[in-house]
Design a binder for this molecule. Structure first.
Ligand code: NCD
Length: 309
């Protein structure tokens, strides 16, 4: 039974399935407060900005009656030079059971796990992994299609710097989906092929075969100079535009982890159309992903902190 969620790389298929099953179970009780984690203390330590991830962990923990502490990194002794490890030990002495961390440093949690005695949950570490985003996306897709077996998932955009993509590939392949990555050559390392996915530079060729079109946020904060000619050029070649909506097949679903760069990975016209009057048979799941986030994070906290019970 895993104690941490450092990344999906460390998880077996049965662990992913367990969180999916628990999520379906919890989704039936969304309207009432549950007692599962009463008396447990969960904290969030976010060194990078976040709205939906942080808030949905908080809502999920409180839904299960845990106490939740949102650690204000910018006001804390971490800024004064107290090391992260000391900070965590201090929180542990105050009764902390699980810590949710977001940090720009890839692999930080891997290092921490041998040094602290609490459950650690990765809420995004640099460009490395964002496993709870992948889990909530799997749950959203499973809810829509029932099974992921043989679904064609096309993930579009900034593959190079996306932690979402690194976690999602593992989860999607484990659940039987086929994955194609599409993006400009400078943001789409060839080495991704080794993970068992297809890669392509041709968005218009990939859209008609997609059951799921997953748009990634262009990681403006992580770009090195010279990899992108201009945002306009990026949108011209890889943005979901109104015209490209007509290439989507009926029954397909458009996803995005948020926050969206409207006008970059999706144009405002395409978004308006998807929100108001989507082409027949096309589902937009961006809102559903947010709702799934609460359910899946509750299921995960329950799984890590209560195990089989
Ligand atoms: C993702 C993240 O922070 O990695 N967003 C999120 O958690 N909702 C996706 C992104 O910002 O690209």
């Amino acid at each position: 039974m895993p104690r941490h969620l450092l990344g999906l790389q460390h998880w077996e298929t049965r662990h992913i399935e367990e969180v999916m099953e628990r999520s379906f179970f919890f989704s039936r009780f969304r309207e009432r407060k549950l007692d599962n984690l009463r008396g447990r203390l969960v904290a969030a330590l976010f060194f990078e900005p976040s709205t939906r991830t942080k808030f949905s962990f908080e809502v999920a923990a409180r839904w299960l009656s845990a106490d939740f502490y949102n650690f204000p990194v910018e006001l804390s002794s971490v800024v004064k030079g107290e090391t992260l490890l000391d900070t965590i030990q201090t929180l542990k002495s105050m009764g902390l059971n699980a810590l949710i961390i977001r940090h720009s440093h890839s692999g930080l949690l891997e290092w921490l796990k041998d040094r602290v005695d609490i459950s650690l949950i990765n809420a995004g570490d640099g460009a490395h992994e964002h496993p709870t985003q992948a889990l909530l996306d799997l749950f959203t897709i499973k809810n829509n299609f029932t099974s992921l077996q043989d679904l064609q998932v096309v993930m579009v955009g900034d593959i190079k710097y996306s932690r979402v993509v690194r976690s999602s590939i593992k989860g999607l392949l484990e659940m039987g989906a086929r994955v194609k990555l599409v993006g400009p050559p400078t943001l789409l390392p060839e080495s991704f092929r080794e993970k068992g996915v297809e890669i392509s530079w041709d968005l218009e060729g990939a859209l008609p075969e997609a059951d799921v079109v997953y748009l990634l946020r262009l990681q403006k904060e992580r770009q090195q100079n010279g990899l992108l000619p201009s945002l306009k050029e990026y949108t011209r070649l890889y943005g979901l535009t109104e015209n490209r909506l007509s290439l989507l097949k009926s029954g397909s679903m458009v996803m995005h982890p948020g926050p969206m760069n409207v006008g970059v990975e999706i144009t405002s016209k395409a978004l308006e159309k998807l929100d108001g009057d989507p082409p027949p048979g096309i589902t937009v799941s961006i809102q559903r992903q947010v709702e799934s986030g609460i359910i899946v994070r509750a299921a995960l906290l329950d799984f890590l902190m209560r195990g089989d019970r």
